[in-house]
Design a protein around this ligand. Structure first.
Ligand SMILES: NC(=O)c1ccc[n+]([C@@H]2O[C@H](COP(=O)([O-])OP(=O)(O)OC[C@H]3O[C@@H](n4cnc5c(N)ncnc54)[C@H](O)[C@@H]3O)[C@@H](O)[C@H]2O)c1
Length: 322
C-alpha cells in the first residue's frame, strides 16, 4: 500500500485516541494528522504513547475553522478523513443543545465541504468516513433490532444533531458523488473513556465511596461495544466498505444498566475488596429527560459483507477496562 496522509478529527477523545493508536500500529503506510479542539472531552494524555511517533501529528483546532482546515488539506493532501469530532454526551445536549448543533451539524458540513472541494479540484479520490451513533434510530421496544434501513427517529438534541450530520454526509454522496462511508455504532466502553459516561461514572463513584447514580429504574438497555472492536469495524468499513453505504456496528451485547452496575461492583468486590459490597452504593436517581429505553444493533451487514466480528462480549471487555 502506498504512503498516504489521512485526517482524523476528534482524535484526542475516547474512541478517536483508541483508533489512532490501533491504526498506527496496524499499518505502516498511513500518516495521521489529528485535528482536535481539546474541549473538556479531549485529552492528549490519551495519546501519550504516540505523541512523538514519526507518522503522527497533532493540530489543535476547530472543525468549524474553514481557513485552518483548508490549509491542512493543501499542506498534507489528505486522501481520507475519519471524522470522530463531536459533542458526544446526551446529558450535555439536554442542557446546552446549541453547541451540539454547531459542532455536530455545522462542523461536519464545514469539514465535508472542504474535503469535497479539495478532492474535486485536485482530482484526488478521497474517502470521507463519518462516525455516528445508533441513537439516530430512536428507541426500541422489548423486541427488534436497528438495521441500516431503520427509519431515523432521533429523540435527544445529541441524536438529532448526529442524524443531521449523517444526512449531510449522505447528501454529499448522492449530490456530488463524494466517496463516503457512515458507521453507526452502539455504546462504546473501554480504556480512556471520559468520566462523564456511565461505566466510568460507576467505577469512579464506587472507588471513591460515593453513591453510584443510576437513572430511573435502571432497566434501560444498551448494546455494549468494546472500543477496539469498534476500531476494527471502522478499519474494515474505511478500507472495504462500499461507497455511499452505512454500516451498523454493535457488539450483540444487550445489557440492562442494572446488570452493568452489578457486574462492575462484583469485579471491584474481587479486585479491591472492602467491608461491604460496592453494590450497596447503587442509588436510583431521577431519570434523564426523554431517556430512550432500549438500543440494539443488527450488525449482519458488516459481518457478512466485510467479515467483521466482535472479539469481546461485555464480560470479557469490561475486565480489560481500567
Ligand atoms: N462513545 C460512544 O459510546 C459513542 C457511541 C456512538 C457514536 N459515538 C460517536 O463517536 C465519535 C467519538 O465519540 P467519543 O466517545 O470518542 O467522544 P469524546 O467526547 O470522547 O471525544 C470527542 C472529541 O472531539 C473533540 N471535539 C469536540 N468538538 C470539536 C470541534 N469543534 N473541533 C475539533 N474537535 C472537537 C473533543 O475535544 C474530543 O477530543 C462521536 O462522533 C460520537 O458521536 C460515540
Amino acid at each position: 500500500m502506498k504512503n498516504q496522509y489521512i485526517l482524523v478529527t476528534g482524535g484526542a477523545g475516547f474512541i478517536g485516541s483508541n483508533f489512532i493508536k490501533y491504526f498506527l500500529s496496524k499499518y505502516i503506510n498511513y500518516y495521521i494528522v489529528n485535528l482536535d479542539l481539546l474541549t473538556y472531552a479531549g485529552n492528549l494524555e490519551n495519546l501519550k504513547e504516540v505523541e512523538s511517533h514519526e507518522r503522527y501529528k497533532f493540530v489543535k483546532g476547530d472543525i468549524l475553522n474553514r481557513e485552518l482546515i483548508e490549509y491542512l488539506f493543501s499542506e498534507y493532501k489528505f486522501e481520507g478523513v475519519i471524522h470522530f469530532a463531536a459533542e458526544s454526551h446526551v446529558d450535555n445536549s439536554i442542557l446546552n443543545p446549541h453547541t451540539f448543533i454547531e459542532t455536530n451539524i455545522n462542523g461536519t458540513h464545514n469539514l465535508i465541504d472542504i474535503a469535497y472541494k479539495f478532492w474535486r479540484k485536485n482530482s484526488i479520490k478521497g474517502r470521507f468516513h463519518h462516525i455516528s451513533t445508533d441513537e439516530v434510530y430512536g428507541t426500541l421496544g422489548k423486541t427488534g433490532l436497528f438495521t441500516e434501513t431503520t427509519p431515523y427517529a432521533p429523540n435527544s438534541p445529541y441524536s438529532a444533531s448526529k442524524a443531521g450530520s449523517d444526512m449531510i454526509v449522505r447528501s454529499y454522496h448522492h449530490t456530488y458523488g463524494l466517496d463516503t462511508i457512515i458507521t453507526n455504532c452502539s455504546n462504546n466502553y473501554g480504556e480512556k473513556q471520559h468520566d462523564e459516561k456511565l461505566i466510568p461514572t460507576i467505577i469512579r463513584n464506587a472507588l471513591q465511596g460515593n453513591n453510584i447514580p443510576i437513572y430511573g429504574d435502571g432497566k434501560n438497555i444498551r448494546d455494549w461495544l468494546y472500543v477496539l472492536d469498534h476500531c476494527k469495524g471502522i478499519d474494515l468499513a474505511f478500507h472495504n466498505g462500499k461507497s455511499g453505504e452505512t454500516y451498523n456496528i454493535g457488539g450483540r451485547n444487550e445489557r440492562e444498566n442494572n446488570y452493568i452496575a452489578d457486574k462492575i461492583c462484583e469485579i471491584l468486590d474481587q479486585k479491591v475488596p472492602k467491608a461491604q459490597s460496592y453494590k450497596k452504593q447503587i442509588t436510583y436517581v431521577t431519570d434523564r429527560l426523554g431517556h430512550d429505553k432500549r438500543y440494539a444493533i443488527d450488525a449482519t451487514k458488516l459481518e457478512n459483507e466485510l467479515g467483521w466480528k466482535a472479539d469481546e462480549n461485555f464480560e470479557t471487555g469490561i475486565v480489560k477496562t481500567s
